[in-house]
Design a protein around this ligand. Structure first.
Ligand code: TIU
Length: 226
């Protein structure tokens, strides 16, 4: 077991039962002309975490631990997208409409891809999710069960929307969840901070939070002690 200094108290993980979940590091949220931009957000804030997310993915790859990537994505015929979701926010461009990077939030379109710097490699799992959470209508729970995964380490965007929803879905299913706080970001600094405080409040009601450096140090320390 590896013990990571975390809030609200140390987080213990068994690498064989742990997966990294990188939520929605897609052009649609991080680049101009995508879905996040269409909702009126300043997308530049999100790009700043790319090096930290890359370093986190690199740590898991070097250790040979499981990496899962998610994409918020709908089928081209939008049969998996509720009309309410399309209407929500009165965006300048709606889900399924053509923008500078292809149709917004549609699987296979250029803008729906994960940023090249963070792209999945062979052996990693990449899933499309029609909702904000990673469990709704994705089948991922069976995959995690089959692999014996009990602990999920989270990164990605946005902290208070898809990351927090996924963590809450995971928490309700019994997974022990750790959010890497410098590998997640929101369009709103105060929402990121608020989401983190909600996660760790009440003794870790949703899970734990730690910076990447704490996880790296804990992994190195475990090797020294082994
Ligand atoms: N709008 C917003 O903050 N987020 C989303 O719509 N999706 C994700 O968080 N991935």
């Amino acid at each position: 077991m590896i013990s990571v200094p975390a809030r609200p108290y140390p987080y213990s993980l068994d690498p064989a039962r742990t997966a990294l979940v990188v939520i929605d590091m897609q052009r649609d949220f991080i680049e101009k002309g995508g879905f996040g931009d269409s909702l009126g957000n300043d997308v530049a804030r999100l790009e700043a975490i790319v090096p930290t997310v890359a370093a986190l993915i690199d740590l898991f790859r070097r250790e040979g631990w499981l990496v899962i990537h998610t994409r918020e994505a709908h089928k081209p015929d939008l049969s998996d997208c509720p009309p309410a979701k399309i209407r929500r926010g009165n965006p300048s461009l709606k889900i399924g409409e053509a923008g500078a990077m292809g149709r917004l939030l549609i699987s296979g379109e250029p803008g729906n891809a994960i940023l090249p710097a963070l792209a999945p490699i062979a052996g990693e799992i990449a899933i499309d999710k029609p909702g904000k959470g990673m469990f709704y209508a994705t089948g991922i729970e069976a995959v995690l069960e089959e692999r014996g995964i009990t602990h999920l380490v989270f990164a990605g965007v946005t902290t208070e929307v898809c990351v927090q929803t996924s963590m809450r879905e995971a928490n309700d299913r019994g997974y022990e969840c750790l959010l890497i706080e410098d590998a997640t970001e929101s369009y709103f600094a105060n929402f990121k901070q608020g989401a983190i405080e909600m996660i760790v409040a009440q003794g870790g009601i949703v899970g734990w939070v730690a910076p990447l450096a704490a996880l790296k140090t804990a992994v190195a320390q475990a090797k020294v002690e082994a």
